[in-house]
Design a protein around this ligand. Structure first.
Ligand code: NI
Length: 270
């Protein structure tokens, strides 16, 4: 599998290009694909689109797909489609509707097997469609909480605990700023073009998870960890259990918890 990302905005110059989108692209060659192109002149949505394709690399070039062609396809498809939908729907355009349109358009044009498409509308909020379940649009929002914990197993000697858990066994605990990515999905969309109403999704997660964990000592303050070691693996599964039946017609699909910038645990059910 190969994954490639483009970053773009539908900015003032692009959206109002009187000479048509192809003409605009010719008149404004890509000047900064790292920061995003079109360049976000004025106040403009800034989007990140990732495509994953699968297949066997070419024997000679070693390429599964030439990323220049992948970029070209993404830009030629996503930019006009997004500009058109923004003009038509304005603020009523949802991430779900946009990724649904992009998935259809890219699937028709791609010469490769597209496995997944993911669209970020903020650095923390994304929408995804996957090949194995293409009727389902997944929404992932990021949350955070700060907590302290101590990794310690009652059944082990103090010395073994110290040896196994190291600094994490400090008797008075230590803290982390945890980041939690919650993914929910739903086959089809509601009348407003959503998989779930985002404020409701967030309120449920806050009520069921964040309020329970934020600024707490997990071992002492959270009953779930009275006897369960609050490792990032166990925290992830506790969060899953708290959310599994909370989202009505949308389903909980995945929970990812970042304990540090270098470690995360993920759980998607059995
Ligand atoms: Ni820790």
């Amino acid at each position: 599998m190969l994954t490639r990302e483009i970053r773009f905005s539908i900015d003032r110059d692009w959206a109002t290009a009187a000479h048509g989108e192809d003409g605009f692209a010719r008149a404004h060659p890509i000047s900064n694909s790292w920061g995003g192109w079109p360049s976000a002149v004025g106040i403009a949505p800034y989007l990140v689109l990732q495509i994953s394709v699968e297949g066997t690399p070419d024997e000679t070039t070693g390429y599964l797909v030439n990323i220049q062609r992948l970029d070209q396809l993404l830009r030629q498809t996503a930019l006009p489609a997004t500009a058109k939908l923004l003009r038509q729907s304005g603020v009523n355009l949802t991430g779900e509707l946009l990724i649904q349109q992009l998935w259809q358009a890219l699937k028709e044009k791609a010469e490769w097997s597209v496995v997944a498409l993911q669209l970020w509308t903020t650095p923390f909020l994304s929408y995804a469609i996957k090949k194995e379940r293409s009727d389902m649009i997944e929404v992932t929002q990021t949350f955070e909480f700060s907590a302290s914990h101590r990794l310690h197993v009652e059944g082990m000697s103090d010395e073994d605990n110290r040896r196994y858990f190291g600094k994490c066994n400090n008797p008075n605990g230590h803290g982390h700023n945890y980041r939690v990515e919650v993914t929910v999905g739903r086959p089809g969309l509601d009348d407003a073009g959503r998989a779930i109403a985002l404020p409701e999704f967030e309120a449920i997660t806050k009520r069921c998870v964040i309020d329970m964990l934020d600024h707490k000592h997990l071992n002492a303050d959270v009953p779930e960890f009275a006897e369960l070691n609050p490792s990032v693996e166990n925290i992830t599964m506790v969060i899953w259990d708290k959310l599994i039946d909370q989202f009505g017609s949308a389903q909980l699909r995945k929970v990812r918890v970042w304990e540090t910038a270098k470690t995360y645990a993920e759980y998607a059910g059995e």
